[in-house]
Design a protein around this ligand. Sequence first.
Ligand code: DNO
Length: 356
Amino acid sequence: MKMTMRWFGEENDQIPLEHIKQVPGVEGVVWALHDIPAGEEWPMHRISEVKEQAENQGLHIDVVESVNVHEDIKLGLPTRDQYINNYIKTIEKLAKAGVKVICYNFMPVFDWTRTNLYKELNDGSTALFFEKEKISDIDPNELVRTIALDSNFTMPGWEPERLEQLSELFEKYQHVTEEDLWSNLQYFLERVIPAAKENDIKMAIHPDDPPWSVFGLPRIITNKENLQRFLKLVDDSYNGLTLCSGSLGANPQNNIPEMINEFSDRIHFAHIRNVQTFENGDFVETSHRTNDGSVDIYKVVEAYHQNGFNGYVRPDHGRHIWGEECRPGYGLYDRGLGIMYLWGIWDSLKRNKKSR
Ligand code: DNO
């Protein structure tokens, strides 16, 4: 596995590249131009700037997370073509910079959703938490009313701009069904995958986080059957997956090692992290260690190993530990510990295989 770590850029990340470089075995950063709105073409000089910063530290920029998909594409509006054209132009530029994998998602309106970014765990650290009834059972109209009435209303992880556009977006999605979303995704893939292939960039969709509908919005990248369906929309290795053990693992029905066995040749990017799930559907993020959560991370890494996985990997969210002040889920310390845990499993599997 090729180990990487997410880095939000010089302006947005308190962790310097020099420190990332010191985490054993990390060879590249997973990056994006976070200030460019979805649907716009990324400027070449900005791409080259990040490349230079990373390469000065001996790190590569092979994986981008994410080139976000404009809502009009997910909604299937006539304006989608211009945004798809821009997407393709961005792919071409990223290819020029040597990028190999693009991670993206197809979640309507929201990316990952949590109800508390600093839930205290038993050891005194804090982590991202999702309380199911607070979100899944909320009527979108009620949410829009709450936002309209309370100008100080915030939700963890949501940018204020997104909240402002919310009522409008909810309205647009009102009649979009899961099947509509599937066909809008197919339309996007049929245009983008040939361009990605031509530019030798693997596209890797990220599962929905959490893997179920929130606020009544459709979500489709949620389980094994849907991943099978997704891969068939355009049956080409350039149409692949970011397999996120934490996002999919929030649903205890999802068997991650089984998915790795089934999809390994289409997994271009692995996000590995643990979550502890509860019977009422809540979940909290934990350390990467198998004993600390509900996902068997040992078995996850073992499945990658058995399948000869040679793709990119990153530890995913970590807890906030040792008093570190950081972006929620993206401190250096717990992700660093996560990496060492993953290497511990990987290296011993490798050695055992040789000595057998
Ligand atoms: C959260 C991440 C997601 C992910 C995007 C991929 O921290 O796992 O935001 O980057 O969904 O497009």
